[in-house]
Design a protein around this ligand. Structure first.
Ligand code: NDP
Length: 459
């Protein structure tokens, strides 16, 4: 598909009508408005979208909350005595709400400052250049669909009793026993959060090894660490039915067995949030995986309609949506052809311990580059020599043999998400193993392991 509609005209109410004020939509709207475009943005739920309201931000706050229990215990080996630590769910939940409200307001101001018009309500596409919100009809040169994704909930008897990540943050009652279904980012992060806060957590994954898509060593190592931390992590396990039992639930598993739980979190992936958008009235098409199909400039099969963020598939990550929003605005409104480079996108799973990763897994690298050399280091973090905690860390480098470029960096351990950000810059710059080797370490840290790995583990 070619790029069309790249000039601003005045025959429409707006130059750009953005549907959805999440990470990608807000970034595109404010950048476009800043470049002089007449922009409206419609949002029917909350400013900031999934990330700010029911995703990254509250999740990370809850991860912090959940780590204190372990830290109180760790501190004893360092001479501290912590008496009667107890956790109050409603304090955490309500403090989180206040913080999110503050962020919602910041997002409003970020949009208003450059002159984007915020329309509160659910938008419906009427035609390739018309949108309706709350009964009012608007014409626009371009429509940008940035409505994100929505939790996918498989159907089986009793599946209506399950919660999703949309509800779990605001539970009235703290669940003493939580069952989590899924083996991806959300399931694994919440297993750590609720385990740390004091729930008895069972996590069920349908396949042989969870965290599909991550490096196999990382997946196996993380599973061991999570089990050590007290989560009942089961593989090859599927739910057949859920029965309500008073205030709780009895969950029947395929192949026999039951689990009792006070709450059940379904974290089985997310799908494009396009219900009631009425894009069927346009030529917008979906990929076979169910995501909106776009070209490199985010243009759909309907030339005046664009889409970006989670609902176009690929890496469903806030920084990716932000980069897309920026590239879209630049291309459309500043006469620059900007695109997003999807190579070496780092990501972190805020599991306990954390996972940080950038580049190719070992299997992907072997497939893509042929011969690779792998460096691996497993150790007890220094802090746990005194804390007595049994947690271990794993670090892994994957080097392409022909030119010695480091093409994969993977880690399980404290602060892996922080550490991998810097590694991503090195990989983007094409750093070789020799560059890593001649870089002086920061001592004593875990991160220095990445520059001191000398012995390869297998070829
Ligand atoms: P994921 O795709 O990561 O994981 C979905 C999990 O559900 C997989 O383990 C999948 O199994 C399993 N599953 C799918 N369908 C079924 C089913 N019918 N029955 C049982 N299990 C099933 O999705 P999430 O919902 O965890 O997260 C959505 C996206 O949000 C992620 O892709 C990620 O990009 C983003 N995210 C990022 C975070 C971060 O950056 N830290 C944090 C949270 C979310 P299988 O592998 O067998 O298909």
């Amino acid at each position: 598909m070619g790029l069309e509609n790249s000039t601003i005209t005045t025959d429409f109410d707006y130059d750009l009508f953005v549907i959805g004020a999440g990470s990608g939509g807000v970034r595109a709207a404010r950048m476009a408005a800043g470049m002089g475009a007449r922009v409206a943005i419609a949002e029917d739920r909350y400013m900031g979208g999934t990330c700010v309201n029911v995703g990254c931000v509250p999740k990370k706050l809850y991860v912090y909350a959940s780590e204190f229990g372990k830290s109180f215990k760790d501190s004893e080996g360092f001479g501290w005595t912590v008496r009667e630590a107890s956790f109050n769910w409603s304090i955490l939940r309500d403090n989180k709400k206040e913080e999110i409200l503050r962020l919602n307001n910041i997002y409003e101001r970020l949009l208003e400052a450059p002159g984007a018009e915020i329309i509160h309500g659910r938008a419906r596409v009427l035609s390739p250049q018309h949108v309706e919100v709350n009964g009012s009809r608007f014409s626009t040169e371009r429509i940008l669909i940035a409505t994100g994704t929505w939790p996918y909930v498989p159907e089986f008897p009793g599946s209506e009793f399950m919660l999703t990540s949309n509800e779990i943050f605001d539970l009235e009652q703290f669940p003493e026993r939580l069952l989590i279904i899924g083996g991806g980012y959300i399931a694994t992060e919440f297993a750590g959060v609720f385990n740390g806060l004091g729930s008895e957590v069972t996590q069920l994954y349908r396949g042989e090894l969870f965290m599909r898509g991550f490096d196999d060593d990382i997946r196996g190592f993380l599973a061991d660490e999570i089990r050590k931390s007290g989560v009942d992590l089961r593989f090859g396990s599927q739910v057949r039915a859920i029965h309500s039992a008073g205030d709780a639930f009895r969950v029947e598993l395929d192949g026999g067995g039951e689990v009792d739980a006070d709450a059940i979190l379904c974290a089985t992936g997310r799908r494009p949030h396009v219900a009631d958008l009425n894009i069927e009235c346009t030529k917008v098409k979906f990929s076979k995986e169910g995501f909106i199909r776009v070209n490199e400039h985010f243009q759909t099969d309907e030339p005046s309609i664009y889409a970006l963020g989670d609902l176009i598939g690929g890496a469903q990550l806030t920084p990716v949506a932000l980069a897309q929003g920026m590239a879209f605005a630049k291309t459309q409104f500043s006469q620059q052809q900007a695109s997003v480079d999807y190579e070496y996108i780092p990501s972190a799973v805020f599991s306990q311990p954390n996972v940080g990763t950038v580049g190719f897994t070992e299997n992907e690298a072997r497939e893509r580059f042929g011969a690779v050399t792998v460096y691996r280091s497993e150790f007890k973090p220094m802090k746990h020599t005194l804390s007595g905690r049994e947690e271990r860390s794993l670090m892994k480098l994957i080097v392409e043999d022909t030119n010695k470029r480091v093409v994969g960096v993977h880690m399980v351990g404290p602060d892996a998400g922080e550490i991998v950000q810097g590694m991503a810059i090195a990989l983007r710059c094409g750093a070789t193993k020799n560059d890593f080797d001649r870089t002086v370490g920061v001592h004593p840290t875990s991160a220095e392991e990445f520059v001191t790995m000398r012995e390869s583990v297998k070829n």
